[in-house]
Design a protein around this ligand. Structure first.
Ligand SMILES: [Fe+2]
Length: 302
């Protein structure tokens, strides 16, 4: 097809992509062209703005390393991660779900831990945290033998991969639920943290006059064949950024009941104050599949 004018560009691309053999890929490509060309028309994108957009997208890739993923951070900052998550969980977005976005910090090689273990692999100052968790199916039956990854930031707001002062795999572990679908662990209370703003995500945050903090949370991933792998985050309600998460991750179903204790715990050797959380999870039947890990190592490591 010889293109006659601006409208003809869309016709030409649509016709060309319409020959895509894979039906799902064809559907996605045709919708992409429809929306992308529509976006260019609606905004009357200038040549200069287009050049800026190309530079921004290239920078997202260039800033992505084995220990940092700027693309995932941008997807979260645009609300796309949250939208994809909520459309694909809770019976296709029809009912409440504890699913949440993966974020950029999960590692696929988190060490297997015994129930009751601590996630502290190097001394980590801050209030202690005791977490009990249970996994059940949608009929309320306990799910035994589920692998549950847990990872979170330090009380200073840094994941181990961002912080040379933390031992490798600090505040990360992988637990297996017992016959009652339960496990527990000790750790330190995570704090909210700033997302990196030295790249395109920072430019977006500043341009939209937002702060760049996530409220304090624990990350969980529950994996068992026969069930849809659930990625979740449980947020602390007393965090000042609970209703303005820069990554748009907080939903009502994900606000945890973190309890503050002002007496020392002789049983666990915790000084006051310390925190506890008893968190139930409900997982859906479906396909078990761990995602592709957004990072592979600590900063500066191979
Ligand atoms: Fe996080």
């Amino acid at each position: 097809m010889i293109i006659e004018n601006q409208a003809g560009v869309t016709d030409a691309v649509t016709e060309a992509f319409g020959r895509t053999e894979n039906p799902r890929l064809r559907e996605i490509l045709l919708a992409l062209v429809r929306h992308l060309h529509g976006f260019v028309r609606e905004t009357r994108l200038t040549e200069r703005e287009f050049q800026d957009a190309v530079r921004i997208i290239a920078t997202l890739g260039q800033k992505t390393t084995p220990s940092h993923n700027e693309v995932v951070l941008m997807a979260g900052s645009l609300g796309v991660s949250a939208l994809v998550c909520l459309l694909n969980n809770g019976n296709g977005g029809q009912s409440e779900t504890q699913a949440n976005m993966l974020g950029p910090f999960w590692r696929d090689d988190q060490p297997l831990s015994e129930s009751g273990d601590t996630l502290e692999r190097s001394p980590t100052p801050g209030p202690k945290l005791l977490v009990h968790a249970g996994v059940a199916d949608s009929e309320g039956r306990p799910v035994a033998g589920a692998e549950v990854d847990v990872w979170h930031s330090s009380p200073e707001g840094l994941y181990e991969n961002q912080d040379p002062s933390q031992a490798p795999m600090n505040l990360r572990g992988r637990f297996v639920t017992d016959k009652d679908g339960r496990f527990h662990f000790r750790s330190v209370r995570p704090s909210g943290y700033p997302i990196p703003i030295d790249g395109p995500v920072g430019d977006l945050v500043r341009a939209t006059r937002r702060h760049h903090y996530r409220p304090a949370h624990l990350h969980f991933m529950i994996y068992k064949p026969g069930y849809k792998t659930m990625v979740s985050q449980i947020y602390a309600p007393d965090d000042e950024h609970i209703d303005s998460d820069v990554q748009f991750g907080v939903t009502r179903a994900l606000i945890g009941d973190y309890v503050r204790h002002d007496d020392l715990s002789a049983e666990h050797g915790f000084a006051a104050p310390w925190y506890s959380l008893d968190q139930p999870f409900v997982i859906e039947r479906g396909e078990a599949r761990r995602p592709i890990a957004p990072i592979r190592s600590k900063a500066g490591a191979a």
